[in-house]
Design a protein around this ligand. Structure first.
Ligand SMILES: Cc1cc2nc3c(=O)[nH]c(=O)nc-3n(C[C@H](O)[C@H](O)[C@H](O)COP(=O)(O)OP(=O)(O)OC[C@H]3O[C@@H](n4cnc5c(N)ncnc54)[C@H](O)[C@@H]3O)c2cc1C
Length: 535
């Protein structure tokens, strides 16, 4: 019997264990969850029901479940997308719209309408660069991971990380949230529920009027008469947009691809495996066995979702112990976040090598949820030797014993590799990589770091051979592959507020310097008096 005492009421369930609220509180406090005002009776009833169904030991293991429940509390409220919170970008009018450094000219193209692309667009709008076009291959609301393959109840990041607001309090998640749920709600909020973040980004895009085109995929680009001709695939037809600059804000796969070991992709029929980033038919797993390879947070998020849909899950990972620490936590200071690119190449190389050695484990709360599910089995210090398909089932030779499964989920991450990006392949001969620009000391070589693009100080692509492709400086790379040159700025929320202003400055500088003669002509004939300007 699970008994949870809430305000002198008993809620019964039947798993043969008993929790008092004091015990639960003590465990929650150990995990620095101090406020329990959120735990309304509906949540408690749901918690008790879930204990009964899943026969979990409460207390410690309930914490993970609680966090998932807490995340749900904030979703969705009423019809409004924005809770009435209003932000008017016109209030930030300086230096005035009379001089738009890109007015009436070809647009600046931003590829990718996730949080980075949106923030880059806002950064440009803030500088009165208005002729911009953000494109995304996905439908509206499905840009980036948050509405699709981010299968966790909350973001990992602390709720006050900010970033996309570019330092403007009224544009922050907190301001938007407090209008809907009040200051107290913010205090009670543990971490940012994933769906809430998606709704906030939708509000952000709308309230800032970011010009965006969905269902448009950049497939090629080339220099043409001082512009970048961007070939977009829209409804299976090709359209060309000529842009003055091109920004890649293409996310975690931006300069590479999902990584799936060949022993999976070559030995199994395509319908029997998926990468964690793909659409997965979880309801079809009921009563089936699903094997998950990898010990990262995404592996466990997928494993939990499959287990909650009634499958038996086995997760194999190499580490003897999964540590919940987040290496990017070390990097959370303005020096590293803002000035990594100002370091000489040899120092950036050393940092990046050291950073790579950190293995980021799933958050504690994720592991608690995973451990609370009796149908989810974790196999530490184990990997797979071979995978075979006999026409019906999948046979896995794992180092801790054989396993037969119906479906495989590869939680095996991503690689940075410019050669696999179709839109980049025709320019590989001119794009500089680290291999072209820096030779590490013997013993410090690293193929994956060497293959990353070697970027200039404002995220611009650089030439392999100086003078061979000067147009590349109009192409900016704000995707994950930029990390080697730029540090954490393009890879998550912590760095975005440092990265976007740097990017924007690179773009506005380029526009101004390119058009300096035009501005000079305009200046010679300029006659506006103060009286006129003040009207
Ligand atoms: C599951 C998961 C959880 C994460 N959790 C956190 C977290 O808690 N905190 C944190 O700080 N970071 C987190 N991250 C890391 C990072 O913040 C996210 O990856 C985030 O989505 C990056 O934003 P982005 O705009 O750079 O890329 P994305 O959000 O991935 O957006 C890129 C967009 O570009 C589109 N695109 C790509 N190529 C093209 C093309 N050729 N033409 C048109 N469109 C294109 C993509 O379809 C996508 O919509 C997480 C990442 C993942 C995968």
């Amino acid at each position: 019997m699970v008994r949870i005492v809430v305000q002198d009421r008993l809620i019964r369930s039947g798993s043969g264990v008993e929790v008092t609220v004091l015990e639960l509180l003590a465990r929650l406090r150990e995990r620095r969850v101090h406020r329990l005002g959120f735990l309304g009776s509906r949540c408690v009833a749901e918690l008790a029901r879930s204990c009964r169904q899943q026969r979990v030991h409460p207390a410690a293991q309930l914490v993970g479940r609680l966090n998932a429940l807490k995340a749900r509390k904030w979703l969705p409220r009423g019809q409004s997308h924005d809770g009435g919170h209003h932000f008017d970008a016109k209030y930030l009018g300086h230096p005035g719209s009379r001089v738009d450094v890109n007015a009436r000219q070809r647009p600046l193209a931003v590829v990718g309408g996730g949080q980075a692309g949106l923030t880059a667009a806002f950064g440009l709008l803030q500088q009165r660069v208005t002729n911009i076009l953000v494109i995304d291959e996905n439908p509206e609301g499905q840009e980036g991971p948050w509405g699709t393959y981010a299968r966790m109840p909350t973001l990992r990041t602390q709720k006050d990380v900010g970033g996309v607001d570019l330092g403007l309090p009224n544009l922050s998640l907190r301001a938007w949230f407090e209008v809907q749920y009040g200051r107290r709600g913010w205090d009670e909020l543990y971490k940012i529920p994933t769906e809430l973040w998606l709704r906030y980004l939708a509000w952000y895009r709308r309230v800032l009027g970011i010009p965006m085109r969905n269902h448009a995929k950049l497939v090629h680009f080339r220099p043409e008469q001082g512009l970048i001709a961007c070939e977009l695939e829209v409804n299976r037809t090709l359209q060309t947009v000529w842009a003055r600059t091109l920004v890649f804000a293409t996310g975690i796969e931006g300069n590479g691809a999902r990584h799936v070991p060949e022993f999976i992709s070559q030995n199994l029929p395509r319908e029997r495996w998926a990468h964690t980033q793909e659409a997965i038919d979880f309801p079809s797993f009921r009563g089936k066995t699903v094997a998950v390879l990898g010990g990262a947070a995404s592996s466990f998020d997928n494993a939990i979702m499959a287990a909650e849909h009634g499958a038996t899950i086995h997760v194999h990972h190499r580490a003897t112990e999964l540590r919940a620490y987040n290496p990017t936590g070390w990097a959370e200071f303005s020096g590293y976040l803002a000035h990594f690119p100002d370091l000489p190449p040899e120092t950036r190389w050393r940092f990046s090598r050291a950073f790579k050695r950190f293995k980021m484990g799933p958050p504690n709360t994720t592991m608690m949820r995973a451990r609370s599910l009796p149908n989810l089995h974790i196999h530490p210090a184990a990997h797979w030797n071979t995978v075979q398909f006999d026409g019906e089932r999948i046979h896995i030779d794992a180092t801790d014993g054989p396993l037969t499964a119906d479906f495989v989920i590869a939680g095996t991450g991503y690689v940075v590799d410019l050669t696999v990006r179709p839109e980049l392949t025709e320019h590989l001969g001119v794009i500089a990589t680290w291999r072209d620009k820096y030779t590490p000391p013997r013993g410090d070589e690293d193929e994956s770091l060497a293959s990353a693009a070697y970027l200039g100080p404002n995220f611009e692509m650089t030439e392999k051979t100086p003078g061979s492709a000067p147009w590349l400086s109009a192409v900016f790379n704000f995707s994950r592959g930029a990390q080697m040159s730029m540090g954490p700025m393009p890879i998550g929320l912590s760095g975005i507020k440092y990265g976007v202003p740097r990017l924007v400055q690179g773009i506005t500088r380029r526009l101004f310097v390119t058009d300096a003669a035009r501005y000079f002509d305009g200046m010679k004939t300029w006659q506006e008096s103060d009286d006129v300007a003040e009207k």
